[in-house]
Design a protein around this ligand. Structure first.
Ligand SMILES: C[S@@+](CC[C@H](N)C(=O)[O-])C[C@H]1O[C@@H](n2cnc3c(N)ncnc32)[C@H](O)[C@@H]1O
Length: 224
């Protein structure tokens, strides 16, 4: 088995036989049927780029990887916790505030968070960030993956309320959620220009093909 620890920013993410992997915070437990691999330095969970857009962005050459051991993260659209669980492995000593508005997804997320004390599930609507203003502190990273027509708007509103100075935001944009009929490239240009007009700097734009069709990851910061 070939292991290769690559530094992504200040965090260690492992490549095992060419597969991305994170160190399992809850040894022996899988989250979404991913493979567990035991090495001398502990147990690792393979991180599937077809199930997690953050993994696909990493494999497609993402430069900005701000997740550190103690990062505080606000995650919008946490679903049943696939990607949040890998961030929970990486930011072991931090906190991941997981916003999800579907009670069905939330039930699984709550089960997951019982075993992972750095995950805080919040049954909230990400379009109404003021409703969780009293529950969430300022964070280092905002990660948004809601696949909704208003995805850029809600991302910007959460960034303005919760991002620390020098923090970074990830907007996982799905063109088909905005308009199924229009050219995705045109939609991405328009959303990027909305972000810039509103005072956001786009640091990186990563196409998520071949793992996700018509998706890009936009990495942004706020111009304070
Ligand atoms: C594409 S899935 C997220 C997958 C997840 N990010 C992952 O990688 O594991 C989108 C999720 O966003 C949730 N969602 C959509 N709109 C939302 C909103 N306004 N507030 C909170 N959650 C929302 C959906 O219920 C769904 O679970």
């Amino acid at each position: 088995m070939v292991e290769d620890i690559r530094k992504l920013g200040n965090s260690s993410v492992l490549f095992i036989d060419g597969h991305l992997a994170t160190s399992n915070l809850t040894p022996g437990r899988q989250v979404y049927g991913e493979r567990l691999v035991v090495l001398e330095k502990g147990e690792f969970r393979l991180w599937n780029p077809r199930r997690s857009k953050l993994a696909s962005a990493v494999l497609n050459g993402l430069d900005n990887f701000p997740f550190k051991d103690n990062s505080k993260v606000l995650y919008l659209g946490a679903s049943t916790g696939t990607t949040p669980s890998h961030i929970s492995d990486i930011s072991k000593g931090g906190l991941i505030y997981c916003v999800e508005f579907s009670p069905r997804m939330m039930r699984k997320l709550v089960d997951l968070a019982q075993a992972r004390p750095n995950m805080i599930p919040l049954l909230e609507d990400a379009t109404k960030p003021r409703n969780y203003l009293h529950l969430v502190e300022k964070v280092d990273v905002i990660y948004s993956d809601v696949a909704q027509p208003n995805q850029t708007e809600l991302f910007m509103n959460n960034m303005r309320l919760f991002l620390k100075e020098h923090g970074v935001g990830f907007l996982m944009l799905k063109a088909r959620s905005i308009d199924v009929a229009r050219d995705p490239a045109e939609i991405f240009r328009e959303e990027e220009s909305r972000l810039k007009t509103a005072g956001f700097r786009v640091l990186e734009k990563i196409d998520l093909e071949p793992y996700e069709k018509d998706h890009v990851a936009l990495v942004c910061e706020l111009s304070f």
